[in-house]
Design a protein around this ligand. Structure first.
Ligand SMILES: *Cc1c(COP(=O)(O)O)cnc(C)c1O
Length: 457
């Protein structure tokens, strides 16, 4: 296949779109350690989890055997509103870098929520509706997840309460208004609608809130409201399953042109987009069918996999969610206030953590000014204004392409461009004004987080 025949954008027809998700766990030689119930210290049963999450999501969470799982028609119909997403050959970026590498990116920002999160929001809202629930709750920090879930809840006619970290609620009024426009109720957290919120308000009046507190409020509200469940946008295995649609579409598009990636790169917050992007490629890797180099990129200011411990920890700083064995900085770790690039989560998806621990994934940490430099270069030649989170993957893709320039290798590089950055202009402003700082935590800073790890084997 000659180079010219590969179009700038490779779209799939509706008929070519995947009809099943792929479950990477069914291909893994070893599974990650089970979630533990914090009350008993024993592995979580389906029953433990069903009090908080939708039944079908719990089934998917615990499913380590089915390689493929049908995407229900109702979800396929919703996916059609914003999928397939384009796979783009970054001809302009290649030219700008003068690299012999071939760079491809899968763009997930082509929907109003502006990120890949809608892939799982659509699925989780559908399963809630199917189970006969009338409402769902969640938390949102920066707001992408809250927006995605609001779109999905509107489509499937569910009530949604979004606990939005108070400082984001105040600093990101437009994000908040998008969520409200889709019909969700946005509550600044901490709030007086829950016991957890009232406690924090009493202890710390005037606090800007935290993700941990917002999670605690959303879970409490779900557990205390009839026909209501809590919905989480990353980290968990079933979220990675839903996100496999990203990797599956990418693989179908590349296969059409006989292209096999040598390197697959994604940014890592909780690990869902990266997990979804790599799934079909990792499945083949685990069967000995390829030798792809997988690179997960995280911020140097929140380096869960590159500098964290592989240990059991709470998934949230309020310490109410199940314990997961994962790479973690400790649930009380807080990235510096100077950190502007997102991906602030203290832990990492247990599936991604296990694959990294077993040597299938290289984790890499990058500094934020380098990330924004790559974002700026990308925006100027490829046109898309990338989300700061996505720009971590751009940084690594550019670095790999520049390495190819030195060695003369024409490697195929695929990376995930998870979203757009229109609501992150304060971060861009700080970069443009030359005020952005690179904060890298010291060992002593990290130790404080490690001290919060629960004492479990
Ligand atoms: C939430 C988000 C991420 C990080 O989440 P993962 O679960 O690690 O994928 C990355 N990019 C964008 C645009 C996001 O909104």
């Amino acid at each position: 296949m000659s180079l010219k025949n590969i179009p700038y954008k490779i779209y799939l027809s509706e008929a070519e779109m995947p009809k099943k998700w792929m479950n990477v766990k069914a291909f893994m030689p070893e599974q990650h350690d089970p979630f533990l119930n914090p009350a008993t210290g024993r592995p979580c049963t389906a029953e433990d989890l069903e009090g908080v999450f939708c039944k079908e999501c719990v089934e998917q969470e615990l499913n380590c055997t089915d390689k493929e799982i049908d995407i229900p028609q109702e979800i396929l119909d919703f996916y059609r509103m914003f999928r397939p997403s384009p796979l783009v050959r970054a001809y302009c970026l290649e030219k700008e870098l003068g690299t012999p590498a071939h760079i491809y990116y899968k763009f997930e920002g082509n929907n109003t929520s502006g990120s890949h999160k809608l892939n799982s929001a659509a699925a989780q809202a559908y399963y809630a509706k199917k189970q006969g629930l009338t409402s769902i709750t969640t938390e949102t920090g920066a707001g992408q997840w809250g927006t995605a879930l609001a779109m999905a809840a509107a489509y499937f006619k569910l009530d949604l309460n979004v606990y939005m970290v108070k400082c984001s609620y105040e600093q990101k009024p437009y994000r908040r208004e998008v969520i409200r426009t889709y019909g969700a109720n946005v509550i600044p957290s901490p709030s007086d609608t829950t016991a957890a919120g009232r406690k924090i308000l009493k202890e710390f009046p005037g606090t800007g809130g935290s993700l941990g507190c917002a999670i605690a409020e959303a879970v409490e509200k779900a557990v205390n409201t009839p026909n209501c469940r809590y919905v989480l946008g990353s980290v968990l295995d079933h979220v990675l399953l839903h996100q496999s649609v990203i990797g599956l579409e990418s693989k179908i598009a590349l296969d059409k042109y006989g292209v096999q990636p040598d390197i697959v790169i994604g940014c890592m917050g909780g690990g869902s987009n990266f997990g979804g992007l790599i799934t079909p490629f990792m499945a083949e890797r685990l069967q000995g069918k390829n030798n792809i180099h997988f690179i997960g990129v995280e911020p140097a200011s929140c380096p869960s996999v590159t500098r964290g411990r592989y240990a059991y920890d709470f998934c949230d700083s309020a310490k109410i969610t199940p314990l997961a064995k994962m790479y973690t900085l400790g649930c009380e770790f807080m990235p510096s206030a100077d950190h502007a690039g997102g991906l602030r989560y203290h832990g990492m998806s247990p599936v991604i953590s296990k694959l990294a621990h077993d040597g299938y994934i290289e984790a890499r940490a990058v500094k934020q000014t380098e990330v924004f430099k790559a974002a700026e270069a990308f925006a100027r030649c490829e046109g898309i204004l990338p989300a700061p989170e996505s720009s971590h993957a751009i940084r690594a893709a550019v670095d790999e392409a520049l390495r190819c320039k030195e060695t003369g290798e024409a490697k195929n590089i695929l990376f995930g461009l998870t979203g757009t950055g229109y609501f992150d202009m304060a971060a861009y402003q700080s970069y443009n004004d030359g005020k952005m700082k690179d904060y890298v935590p010291t060992e002593a800073d990290l130790q404080k987080g490690f001290d919060s790890l629960p004492d479990i084997g």
